[in-house]
Design a protein around this ligand. Structure first.
Ligand SMILES: C[S@@+](CC[C@H](N)C(=O)[O-])C[C@H]1O[C@@H](n2cnc3c(N)ncnc32)[C@H](O)[C@@H]1O
Length: 258
């Protein structure tokens, strides 16, 4: 399987990670989180067995585990540091999350065929062969189980700016658009329930381009983030703006193991 990242890359990323805040959905600054959460909840999380793939330091699992105490939450990641960060985060938030260190391509896992919902937030675009990684993710689902897949929209403006400002980061992503994400689900034999671009605008996704937070490009990215926040203020108070291939920060698909 051709992958655009490897385990040492993620271990290194987590070793430098500043402690990310817990997931918040209140207030206009967190508007994009509330948009993602609303879409995720369309899978019907209450009372279900839920797995996040690539769950190193996940902000989603602790939040969901507290919101849905009747459900069961498990996170899988192959990095030691990502798993340790998630365990620590869940413990400090008083959330019941089981953390399992495992490669998602394991042929033989006790976790296979056992989940009602399997989700991922920015994982499957780091592989050349989308059908293959989605097939591996599908193995964790029960028959009839539902998959939620979210990726950054590297086919739009955010992708073009990432390419310009940090080619190394850009090259770690397969720049899917909606048709190619849907095609990958078809290749994996998943039945698509819904899919689309998600969110109107979020230039906050560009922050990862800048190790050195100085210079004209950094200042431009700050101005774009301020623009995003103004849009979220408008959307949170007045009306949500449409998603689009050009400006949406994310692409999602909800599918089923038929
Ligand atoms: C972009 S991160 C996902 C977002 C991450 N949960 C966060 O909070 O930032 C991708 C995650 O997938 C994990 N990953 C990549 N390949 C994997 C594999 N073959 N098996 C398990 N985890 C993998 C990485 O270790 C990393 O934690």
């Amino acid at each position: 399987m051709d992958k655009l990242t490897d385990k040492p890359y993620w271990e290194e990323t987590y070793s430098h990670r500043k402690r990310a805040e817990s997931l918040r959905i209140d207030g206009f600054k967190n508007f994009m989180n509330s948009v993602i959460l609303a879409k995720l909840l369309e899978t019907g999380v209450e009372g279900k067995k839920v797995l996040e793939i690539g769950a190193g330091d996940s902000i989603w699992l602790p939040y969901l585990a507290k919101k849905f105490p009747s459900s069961r939450f498990v996170g899988v990641d192959y990095t030691e540091s990502g798993c340790a960060l998630l365990s620590h985060r869940a413990k400090s938030e008083g959330a019941d999350v089981e953390v399992v260190r495992e490669d998602l391509f394991s042929e033989d896992s006790n976790l296979h065929d056992s989940f009602d919902i399997v989700c991922s937030f920015g994982v499957v675009e780091h592989f050349e062969d989308l059908g293959n990684v989605l097939s591996a993710k599908k193995r964790y689902l029960k028959h009839g189980g539902v998959m939620f897949t979210l990726i950054p929209n590297m086919a739009g403006v955010s992708g073009a700016l990432t390419r310009r400002w940090n080619r190394t980061v850009y090259d770690k992503h397969n720049p899917h658009d909606l048709p190619s994400l849907l095609a990958g689900h078809e290749q994996a034999g998943l039945k698509v329930i819904s899919g689309g671009y998600l969110g109107s605008l979020n230039f906050g996704v560009l922050t990862g381009c800048f190790a050195d937070r100085r210079g004209l490009s950094w200042q431009m990215s700050r101005a774009l983030i301020a623009l995003s926040m103004s849009v979220w203020l408008f959307e949170s108070k007045i009306v949500q703006l449409p998603a689009s291939k050009t400006f949406s920060p994310y692409i999602y698909v909800i599918s089923q193991k038929a």
